[in-house]
Design a protein around this ligand. Structure first.
Ligand code: GLA
Ligand code: ZN
Length: 667
């Protein structure tokens, strides 16, 4: 169900854990929140042991008091179901609620997410708790909505492979394939004697001696995602029965891969997102602020409407190891960046740095001492400046002319068989996003289900697993005048993750692209040279060795045994054009490609800025954000009326400016 309840008039909030602090402190907290400019708090996502200390013995009183106290200052509440942290008494009663990993080992109580999502006894506990919780809090007008669980899919490297999950997986397969012969065929089980005689022979995929069946693993990943969506729905049905007028949202995690966010989004009134810009994530191609922009672009597009930032970084991050301290101004620009990309409300995680538990060093707005410091002062200033802007931009989204397709099937397919050890599907999506971002060209990150016709330019990286329906959709988009960029390893697999054999590569896309790919090369420990009208570039990881059957060559490989063969092509098809990039271009090559396309298609940029300075527009407002530690030169059109503004020609380190220009008012 997707009721689409709107939630206007809330701008800033905090994630609050009153149960971690003496009651005598609560009043001070609420007063400080009020002074900061807080409209809303989120509470109770991990509070089960305090709310139901023993079976059927509910202790909702302390939470009622906290809600009341907040309400006395006009602050509303979002309450969460606590299913990410079942209490010890539930685990003691039924230990096999604790999940089983792919090595068949149990994961025990003592952290969080120590629960299987299929276990019938766990579902009974949830049914009981959420019913009582919904009945008790559902009538409270100070509670505006619910968050179910917390970051579903988080902490689960492999979800759970216990017998309950295994039998659910069998039922899922049975519903999908009807009979075992079809499954054997679709999974290619003739290979290595993997044929089954009945569904009961199928196991949840655990660790094997050698290799795993890519078709089986793809279905397992899809099943796990469906299980998470089902787990969410199991709770949303109960809450909606009790309180149909309150919204339901969920805090997603950008490009996290455990659950298909488009499917989960369908059960939400609006999407929420968690964002920690300084977490160190290992080697990435793009700066973190560009990645955060991409995450917000994805969050906005999941339901094609504004989202809430439910956890926005508010201090140093860290569990056992700590991150860098946010520089003066950074907390503010991160929040403004989220707003610029479509967040209607920003909730900071967390109100006060916790004195106990795993997250003692995941810093909040207030330090351990509870005495407001730099984080508080900086955010207070930003909130005061942005509050009037928030009131005006609420409900408006940018309407980019370019879109990038992001798909969970491609993510799973490439994770299962990355080809090159460093190839990542998400990184491919991000390097194309980065090319638009650097030029201040607004871009959407969309699902395959989206109506493509609203985009002048569509980039669909690595369409590795391709259904005939999707191939047809791409073809129709181009035929009717669209400009489509497809990239390496497209049209390789069918939906069952079997290699396409009826056509040469790129399979069903050969016609629209006007080319064939009889050979390819995986660039292990090397790169390849590409030349484009005399300019030299480098590309990495993969080369498709292309034969043109109608397309023209834009750029060519200029090293390796396929020197002279096309690397980037263009095919006129119907009223549109289909481009193909048969490799992973490095930054300057991708920049050139996107620049040429944007110029040719007159896709508007919001302005030229130095590296690290972004311009984003929404609802008649333009946001200029300096993500660097240097003062940067900017020049803005005379038509932009300064609203939040410090200098005319420069922007300070980690600062933002806000301007008004009616030209950017698109509802
Ligand atoms: C996530 C969770 C929070 C908290 C933070 C910090 O985003 O949702 O509960 O754990 O990370 O670790
Ligand atoms: Zn399980």
């Amino acid at each position: 169900m997707n009721r689409g309840i709107e939630m206007k008039g809330f701008y800033f909030g905090v994630d609050y854990y009153p149960e971690h602090w003496p009651k005598a402190r609560w009043k001070t907290d609420v007063k400080l929140m009020k002074d900061l400019g807080v409209d809303v708090v989120r509470m109770a996502e991990f509070s089960w042991s305090k709310l139901e200390p023993r079976k059927d013995e509910y202790n909702f009183g302390w939470l009622d008091e906290a809600i009341e106290l907040l309400a006395s200052q006009g602050i509303k509440t979002i309450l969460c179901t606590p299913s990410a942290a079942p209490p010890a008494w539930i685990i003691r009663e039924t230990p096999d609620i604790q999940p089983t990993d792919i090595e068949g080992r149990r994961r025990y109580f003592g952290g969080r997410h120590h629960n299987c999502q299929s276990h019938p006894v766990y579902r009974e506990h949830i049914q009981r708790y959420v019913t009582a919780f919904g009945a008790h809090f559902g009538k409270n007008p100070n509670i505006i909505g619910w968050q179910i669980d917390n970051e579903l899919g988080n902490s689960h490297a492999d979800l759970c492979t216990c017998p309950y999950c295994e039998s659910r997986f069998r039922l899922w397969l049975q519903a999908k394939y009807c009979n075992i012969e079809t499954l054997n065929r679709k999974w290619g089980n003739a290979f290595w004697s993997q044929e089954y005689r009945c569904f009961d022979e199928i196991q949840a995929p655990k660790i094997t001696v050698a290799g795993r069946n890519p078709s089986a693993i793809l279905d397992w990943r899809r099943f796990c995602s469906d299980l998470i969506v089902d787990f969410h729905q199991f709770q949303s049905v109960i809450l909606r029965k009790n309180a149909p007028e309150k919204f339901i949202t969920h805090n997603m995690m950008g490009f996290a891969d455990k659950v298909n966010y488009y499917d989960l989004g369908a059960d939400l009134d609006f999407v929420s997102s968690d964002s920690y810009p300084v977490i160190f994530m290992g080697k990435q191609n793009s700066p973190k602020y560009a990645r955060v922009a991409a995450e917000s672009d994805l969050m906005r597009c999941i339901k094609d409407k504004n989202f809430w930032m439910m956890e926005q970084q508010s201090g140093i991050t860290g569990w056992e190891i700590l991150g860098r301290a946010p520089k003066p101004g950074q907390l503010g620009i991160w929040a403004v960046q989220a707003i610029a990309h479509g967040a209607d409300t920003v909730v900071f995680f967390r109100w006060r740095t916790c004195a106990m538990g795993t997250e003692q060093y995941w810093h909040g707005i207030l330090p351990h001492s509870g005495i407001p410091g730099r984080n508080y002062t900086e955010l207070k200033e930003m909130i005061a400046e942005m509050r009037p802007v928030m009131a005006e931009v609420q409900g408006t989204v940018p309407k980019p002319e370019a879109g990038i397709v992001f798909s969970y099937d491609q993510e799973y397919g490439i994770q299962i068989q990355p080809h090159h050890p460093d190839l990542s599907y998400t990184e491919q999506v991000l390097i194309y996003h980065m090319a638009f971002y650097k030029k201040n060209i607004p871009v959407d990150i969309i699902s395959e289900q989206t109506d493509f016709s609203k985009y002048k330019l569509l980039i669909a990286p690595i369409q590795y697993i391709l259904s005939p329906t999707l191939a047809d959709k791409y073809e129709k988009y181009v035929k009717s005048g669209g400009n489509l960029v497809l990239t390496m390893r497209s049209g390789v697999k069918d939906e069952s993750n079997l290699c396409v054999t009826k056509l040469p590569l790129p399979g069903l896309l050969g016609k629209v692209l006007g080319l064939e790919i009889p050979e390819y090369d995986c660039l292990r420990d090397t790169s390849v040279q590409v030349s484009w009208k005399g300019e030299k570039y480098t590309a990495e990881k993969w080369s498709d060795i292309i034969t043109l059957t109608g397309a023209e060559m834009l750029a060519q490989f200029s090293s390796e045994f396929y020197s002279g063969y096309p690397a980037i092509t263009k095919n006129q098809y119907g009223n549109g054009r289909a481009f193909y990039v048969g490799t992973e271009p490095t930054e300057d090559l991708i920049d050139r490609l996107i620049k040429e396309l944007a110029d040719e298609l007159t896709i508007a940029s919001l302005g030229k800025t130095p590296d690290g300075v972004e311009i984003t527009a929404r609802g008649g407002y333009v946001f200029v954000i300096n993500h660097t530690e240097q003062i940067q030169k900017i020049s803005v059109p005379a038509s932009w009326e300064p609203i939040v503004f410090h200098n005319a020609d420069t922007i300070a380190p980690y600062a933002y400016h806000v301007y008004k220009d009616k030209a950017y008012f698109i509802l």
